[in-house]
Design a protein around this ligand. Structure first.
Ligand SMILES: [Fe+2]
Length: 351
């Protein structure tokens, strides 16, 4: 969405967050919380800790529910279960939510373009998250979208990618479990080098190029799946190395400074860094809001720069410290609001 500036509205007693397009947003965006992988059938006490941090915006990065169905009524019921979580309701009274999706809320585990109910699923998702009737996100296939907050010099662009609607099939790892165990791999896939294979699809790539040309001081590019960490065989941009190279190249070509990637999906939390881009790229992964998987957290990631990989319920918190030398703190918090790790990135390093 080009030139859209959304206003953060403090929510009163309405069921879904509301944001509206305005020409100017007077405040700086400084506090953004995000998370992923929220099992709607479990209690989700973590929302209290999220609310406590007083985010101005919450980003839901996918697996927002576990739908895994082609039955749209069932999918709706599962969204309703999330909507009935007392902590989530509390969050909606304090800040707006922007969301993209991953496989389980899209509708099928590790799913992609072939999922037959994607049109219906998109509508249910956009409805649930209160996306306005006149939003461009309702006029095209896929749930991707872009938003910009704050005045010049403190402009934050939030880019929500859709890594499901157009995605090609993975290449399966045919090695035995024993072999994979020896290599500390936990996943199921190896890189797909087919030049026709895609994650974003042609229309979304074209759109992304336009977004990256928009002025911004900090850009949070939200991908449901991990962008940088790619060794453990789980879903990631590393499954499609040509697509990831295209992403890095596009950021370079459009001279899009200030990029930090946010991701989810893996049921543990870590920050990765690579020097493969025009400047250092960070990928802050926060997963899950409800259930961590320790075995996956222990898998290989030579890009990890957080002091640990954390496999308990968690959320991510991005604090942008504007001022003379702007910096971005990437902080992971646990269910009781305790700080698990943090990495500081200066904005001047992201160019
Ligand atoms: Fe996922």
């Amino acid at each position: 969405m080009r030139n859209v500036v959304a206003v953060l509205i403090v929510m009163l007693a309405v069921p879904h967050p509301v944001y509206s397009a305005e020409e100017e947003f007077p405040e700086s965006l400084e506090r953004i919380a995000f998370g992923s992988c929220a099992e709607q059938f479990k209690s989700q006490p973590i929302w209290d800790a999220v609310v406590e941090k007083k985010p101005q915006l919450f980003l839901f990065l996918g697996d927002n529910i576990y739908a895994d169905t082609e039955d749209m009524q069932l999918m709706q019921e599962k969204y309703n279960q999330l909507g009935e979580q007392p902590g989530y309701k509390k969050l909606l009274k304090t800040c707006p939510v922007l969301a993209t999706w991953d496989d389980h809320d899209y509708g099928v585990n590790d799913g992609g373009a072939w999922y037959p109910k994607k049109v219906e699923s998109q509508k249910i998702m956009l409805d649930f998250f209160g996306v306005p009737d006149d939003s461009i996100r309702r006029t095209r296939p896929g749930v991707y979208g872009s938003f910009a907050y704050g005045p010049k010099g403190r402009r934050v662009q939030i880019i929500l990618l859709d890594t499901r609607y157009f995605k090609s099939r993975h290449t399966k790892d045919e090695r035995s479990d024993d072999e994979k165990k020896k290599l500390n791999l936990v996943g199921w896939y190896v890189p797909n080098h087919d030049p026709d294979a895609t994650i974003l699809g042609a229309a979304q790539w074209e759109w992304l190029e336009e977004q990256l040309k928009e002025p911004a001081d900090v850009r949070l590019i939200c991908s449901s799946i991990q962008v940088i960490a790619d060794e453990k065989g789980m879903e990631s941009w590393g499954n499609f190395p040509l697509e990831r190279k295209r992403l890095y190249d596009l950021i370079e070509q459009t001279k899009a400074d200030g990029v930090v990637f946010l991701s989810g999906d893996v049921h543990f939390t870590e920050t990765s860094k690579t020097d493969d881009g025009p400047y250092p790229f960070y990928d802050f992964t926060s997963s899950s809001l409800s259930v961590g998987i320790p075995k996956w957290a222990e898998a290989v990631n030579s890009f990890r720069v957080s002091k640990t990989s954390y496999a308990e319920p968690t959320f991510g918190y991005v604090e942008i410290k504007w001022g003379k030398s702007p910096a971005i703190d990437l902080q992971a918090y646990g269910e009781a609001g305790e700080l698990i790790f943090e990495n500081r990135v200066t904005v001047s390093a992201l160019r």
